[in-house]
Design a protein around this ligand. Structure first.
Ligand code: DHB
Ligand code: MG
Length: 268
């Protein structure tokens, strides 16, 4: 099966400033992309001779071998392929982390920004107790339909609501929807240039003690590459700095895969 995708662009792709990826897919489905020759480095930010992106393929193969097959999530990956969607859902290890965080927080209300094909929605919803609710915002109506089908096939339709529209319209609407603030966890995984705005609205929607989780904090090495000043990259730098320094948050960033920000809203 040819799993290379050279046509479907990631949503934060910035209009020709960076070459379209040409790389392949690693053992866990994570793309090991390379820029065409003569450009600054590969899309993991690696220059020739530098260490490979974390974790190593061998370690991923090992850790994934520990877990039983997951037909509901395999259906999502196959569905993304079938619908020609970009293969940019979070990696399985981070999916398990989402389930774990929702459950550990005892979260009853969870918000997701960017549903894509429903992979992370399934992972988040799995951590909810009976009666818990995930609201997932998705701009692309075709993606929302696919996501809903995958969530329903996983038996989670009763606790997941997918709202179609721009998150910068839907998040203010949520602020106006009582009870408020009501969310125990927000997961951001949408267009990268709006991460700072998503953070602002998340801080209004999260309850004290709530968790903020955000994918792609490293943007395949681009965020740490001072030469790269694309708007989406600059936006991610503002987001990361803000999360690290906002006195209302206690946070960290997991560097594996593409960087995952974890933050907790202080109580009081
Ligand atoms: C890419 C990966 C993501 O997880 C995402 O949300 C957007 C884009 C990418 O690899 O291009
Ligand atoms: Mg992502």
């Amino acid at each position: 099966m040819n799993r290379r995708r050279t046509t479907a662009l990631p949503r934060w792709y910035d209009g020709g400033k960076t070459p379209v990826f040409t790389g392949g897919v690693g053992v866990d489905g994570y793309r090991r992309s390379v820029r065409p020759q003569g450009t600054a480095g590969d899309r993991c930010g690696r220059r020739e001779g530098e260490a490979p992106v974390l974790p190593s393929e061998r370690d991923v193969r090992y850790l994934e071998s520990l877990y039983p097959p997951d037909p509901d999530l395999e259906r999502v990956r196959a569905g993304m392929e079938a619908h020609g969607m970009p293969d940019i859902a979070i990696r399985p290890a981070y999916g398990r982390l989402l389930t774990l965080l929702v459950a550990a927080r005892g979260a009853r209300r969870v918000l997701e920004i960017g549903a894509l094909a429903g992979y992370s929605a399934i992972c988040l919803a799995r951590g909810l107790p009976p009666g818990g609710r995930l609201i997932s915002l998705e701009k692309n109506p075709d993606y929302a339909r696919v996501a809903h089908a995958h969530v329903a096939a996983a038996g989670l339709a009763d606790r997941v609501e997918i709202r179609v529209g721009d998150a910068l319209t839907l998040m203010p609407a949520l602020v106006a929807e009582p009870p408020h603030p009501s969310f125990d966890l927000v997961f951001i995984d949408a267009d990268k240039q709006h991460y700072p705005d998503y953070l602002e609205w998340s801080l209004r929607l999260l309850r004290p003690g709530g968790l903020l989780v955000a994918d792609n904090a490293l943007m395949h090495g681009r965020v740490a590459d001072p030469v790269d000043t694309a708007p989406a990259v600059e936006a991610m730098r503002r987001f990361n700095r803000r999360v690290a320094t906002d006195p209302r948050l206690v946070s960290t960033m997991l560097p594996a895969y593409d960087g995952l920000v974890l933050a907790r809203v202080r109580e009081g």
